[in-house]
Design a protein around this ligand. Structure first.
Ligand code: PLP
Ligand code: COI
Length: 343
């Protein structure tokens, strides 16, 4: 076997069928031992819980080729823990966290030819997910579940890579105050599809969702948390119980404090202060987004343009980006426990 011949530098964020995927089944009250399979297809009942009542949760993490030629992944223990929380919230039997990490490693090892080379700008996106597969007709949890992991080589999530994007304030809400915004459930993304298609049709790359209760505070976008930099060069990240606890954001907060010596504020951020010019840089962060700079936010025709502009990432976010990706790709020493070596 040898590296696949893909145009690594020009990959979009798209699905490629790779060689192997991991599958485990939950039946009669327990998970089976799980195995890799070459078959990317799934057969299930027409009445499967996932098809009727959207009982599904997922995760996203990446594998990287490091400068010295290893293949590693980044903080898979946090994805395992978040998927555990997501499953509990949707009344699904959680997949054991140690087995989650082993299964990620096994799946990537079985697809090493698909891991993009160092310096190509691409990475291997890993998608663990689980769903109710047994028939359900009254509204209740399924009795049987499938847990799977596939991986696919990807390029930047937003077209243009590190070029700043324009985003808009959404008229729709993403997550109710006591709803499912803090877990990674497929249903949170289903409800964002109309809003994202409409945003794209109007020339925006993403939607910023406000807190549904008051519509005065910044929450997050459909697929990423939000970062701001204030006039003193401090990192400011919106805090809310209904946003996804992004592993990238939590890592960046640590990196900002311990590697870059920045002050970090995790607090409520109002749309009003954003409009009043409290921030000089803005970006989206996540596994897929990494750090994607935001040049402009449009609130129904009122444009908030960040001083960092539409040409490049501002200097503070750039330093954060370089430090985080340096850690992920082995150029900068990682905090203990952040890097899991796969090969
Ligand atoms: N917020 C949402 C809604 C997301 O879908 C994601 C992607 O996983 C994130 C934030 C970023 O989370 P993470 O950094 O753990 O990938
Ligand atoms: C991720 O960053 O892993 C996400 O899940 C965001 C999006 C692709 C759904």
């Amino acid at each position: 076997m040898s590296k696949k011949e893909l145009d690594w530098g020009n990959l979009g964020f798209a699905y490629h069928v790779t060689d192997k995927r991991y599958v485990a089944n939950y039946k009669d009250g327990k998970w089976d031992e799980g195995a890799l399979t070459a078959d990317p297809m799934i057969t299930m009942s027409e009445d499967a819980g996932v098809l009727q009542y959207s009982q599904s949760v997922f995760e996203g993490l990446k594998a990287y080729t490091t400068a010295d030629g290893h293949v590693v992944t980044f903080r898979p223990d946090l994805n395992a823990a978040r998927m555990y929380d997501s499953a509990m919230y949707l009344e699904m039997p959680p997949f054991p966290q140690d087995r989650f990490i082993d299964a990620v490693v096994e799946t990537v090892r079985a697809n090493l030819d698909w891991v993009p080379p160092y310096g190509s700008g691409a990475t291997l996106y890993i998608r663990p997910y689980m769903f109710g597969i047994s028939p359900v007709i009254g509204v209740k949890p399924a009795d049987e579940y499938m847990f799977r992991i596939f991986c696919t080589p990807v390029g930047p999530y937003f077209k243009g890579g590190a070029k700043p994007i324009s985003v808009r304030i959404s008229d729709y809400d993403r997550a109710a105050p006591r709803g499912t915004g803090h877990i990674k459930a497929g249903l949170n993304y289903a409800m964002s599809l109309h809003a994202i298609v409409d945003a794209h049709n109007h020339g925006f790359a993403e939607n910023i969702y406000l807190d549904p209760a008051t519509r005065t505070k910044i929450e997050e976008t459909g697929g990423a948390n939000i970062l701001f930099v204030d006039h003193d060069g401090n990192l400011v990240v919106p805090k809310s119980a209904s946003i996804l606890p992004s592993i990238t954001r939590r890592s960046l907060v640590d990196v900002a404090r311990t590697y870059l010596g920045l002050k970090v504020e995790e607090r409520e951020v109002t749309l009003k202060e954003v409009k009043e010019g409290a921030f000089i840089e803005c970006g989206l962060c996540g596994t897929a987004a990494v750090i994607s700079p935001v040049g402009k936010i449009d609130d129904h025709g009122e444009v908030i343009a960040f001083p960092s502009g539409m040409e490049e990432m501002g200097p503070v976010l750039k330093k954060l980006y370089e430090t985080l990706t340096g850690i992920q790709m082995g150029r900068i020493e990682a905090p203990k426990g952040w890097i899991q070596v796969i090969a």
